[in-house]
Ligand binder design. Structure first.
Ligand SMILES: [Zn+2]
Length: 106
């Protein structure tokens, strides 16, 4: 598989079927049940982005929009994307070094 990610059907993206076993897989190795991805991972990504000391509402919205592409996403997985953004913020704003921006790992 190439690219950042893929593996979910175009249909039923917002399915709340408890038997939904579709999985979202990223090349970083992170993978999530689609339902978990939609109901837990994406809201947590948004929450963390909203809490950054350096506001990035446009970046956040663009990435979240990409995650909602029904056929294929292009962004890195939310956990890794947030980690990269966190590092960038800390590099450009050293006052936020350390755990002032909490790391996100699963
Ligand atoms: Zn990842």
């Amino acid at each position: 598989m190439s690219g950042s990610s893929l593996v979910w059907r175009a249909d039923g993206y917002f399915s709340t079927d408890p038997n939904d076993k579709d999985v979202v897989v990223f090349t970083c190795g992170h993978h999530y049940f689609r339902r978990t991805f939609v109901e837990t991972v994406l809201p947590e990504f948004r929450r963390r982005m909203d809490q950054l000391p350096v506001p990035m509402p446009l970046t956040s919205q663009l990435v979240l929009t990409d995650y909602h592409q029904p056929q294929q996403m292009h962004a890195a997985c939310p956990v890794c994307a947030f980690g990269s953004i966190r590092q960038d913020v800390q590099r450009t704003h050293p006052q936020y070094a350390g755990d002032k921006i909490k790391p996100w790992s699963l």
